[in-house]
Design a binder for this molecule. Structure first.
Ligand code: TXA
Ligand code: MG
Length: 344
């Protein structure tokens, strides 16, 4: 398949033909990647099973992992769900468009493979002008997982989508780098107390300003609990070389790095500017300040894609606090890591 690439140089909101062309492909049951404020999504008509099936095939995604449906307005939410609780309207009012996915009771209108057989459906309104223009122009809700091959880091630039999916999808709308960098928060509203199934761009602290109580799914902490969000059980965000996550102070990190270098390992480092500034080492990707984890979130996935298997044997990565968006950053790093090194 020829993957059509609509470039930023030719693409503006006013550039209707590109959006219209992409929307037409979507109406023809094809899949098209588009930017959102979090990561690039791989979209298809959420009401059409054949279209949605193409997403699973292009990504190599397990069929039991449901997709998030993207909508242009609250009316589309009402077309796909039933028994919407009042708190959902409050959350939509406060955080939409934005990186919050609400798990609501499905009324069966979404294609069966979108919800992977669950009685619920995850929905969000993305905060990106191209995504919203595409949704309006196509006239259908769009099922869209992150536009990476299953297991790989999510794409925060069109070139990442191209690396993973060129030849497998009908087109890529290039809107430049995404703003938030980690995916939306997935919030389950089907129980009396809302549960965060996946931490993301909207923090627990943000949600607590609107609802009296919200908790993290205990399965996020590891342990035996089965995750309620099917996607959370799979390998995720894996860089080409194994990633080791380091818990400890800067001295401990430097010791671990020195030991690996002494053993002759080719090491790549992912670190904050505070730590990177202390290392006399050239294979370091600096991801912003550890005082502002929003910066780390923006750069995280491109950092995970940067080191190639041919260049490094091991990636050593700094760990961060897990307040605010740090919960999302650490959740992704813990999933990407094959090993953790902990200071005693
Ligand atoms: O920011 C985002 O959410 C991006 C952009 C493209 O919108 N999308 C995204 O989709 O991250 P994906 O498919 O990579 O992750 C969707 C997550 C998975 O962990 C999935 O299991 C969960 O949402 N999910 C979807 N529907 C669900 C449902 N009905 N119940 C529980 N979890 C659900
Ligand atoms: Mg994903």
């Amino acid at each position: 398949m020829n993957t059509k690439l609509w470039n930023p140089s030719t693409l503006t909101i006013e550039n209707e033909p590109s959006i219209e062309e992409a929307a037409k492909l979507l109406r023809d049951r094809q899949v098209v990647a588009f930017p959102t404020e979090t990561v690039y999504g791989l979209g298809a008509d959420a009401t059409n099973e054949e279209a949605v099936q193409r997403i699973f095939e292009a990504k190599g995604r397990p069929a039991d992992n449901p997709l998030i449906v993207h909508v242009a307005d609250v009316g589309q939410v009402e077309e796909l769900t039933e028994d919407i609780p009042p708190v959902a309207y409050q959350l939509m009012e406060t955080f939409w468009p934005g990186p919050l996915t609400l798990i609501l009771k499905s009324n069966g209108q979404a294609a069966k493979n979108v919800t992977a057989g669950l009685s619920t459906v995850g929905i969000r309104m993305p905060d990106h002008p191209l995504a919203l223009a595409l949704l309006k122009q196509s006239g259908v809700p769009l099922a869209a997982p992150s536009a990476n091959r299953s297991g790989r880091p999510s794409p925060t630039e069109a070139s990442h989508v191209y690396q993973d999916l060129n030849g497998r999808i009908a087109g890529i709308l290039d809107g430049g780098p995404t703003g938030v960098g980690v995916e939306s928060t997935v919030l389950d509203l089907s129980s009396s107390v809302p549960v965060i199934l996946r931490p993301g761009g909207i923090t627990k602290e943000d949600i607590e300003k609107v609802v009296p109580e919200v908790v993290f799914d205990p399965a996020l902490k590891g342990g035996k609990d089965k995750p309620k969000s099917p996607g959370m059980k799979y390998t995720h965000y894996a860089p080409e070389s194994p990633l080791w996550l380091v818990y400890g102070d800067d001295e401990y990190f430097k010791q671990q790095l020195d030991q690996l270098i002494e053993k002759g390992e080719r090491v790549g480092v992912i670190a904050s500017k505070e730590l990177a500034g202390q290392l006399q080492f050239d294979r370091v990707i600096e991801c912003g300040s550890r005082e502002r984890l929003e910066e780390i979130a923006v750069k995280l996935y491109s950092a995970l894609r940067e080191f190639k298997k041919s260049d490094v044997d091991v990636i050593l990565c700094e760990s961060f606090h897990s307040h605010g968006v740090g919960a999302a950053v650490m959740n992704r790093l813990e999933k990407a890591a094959v090993r953790t090194l902990k200071q005693q």
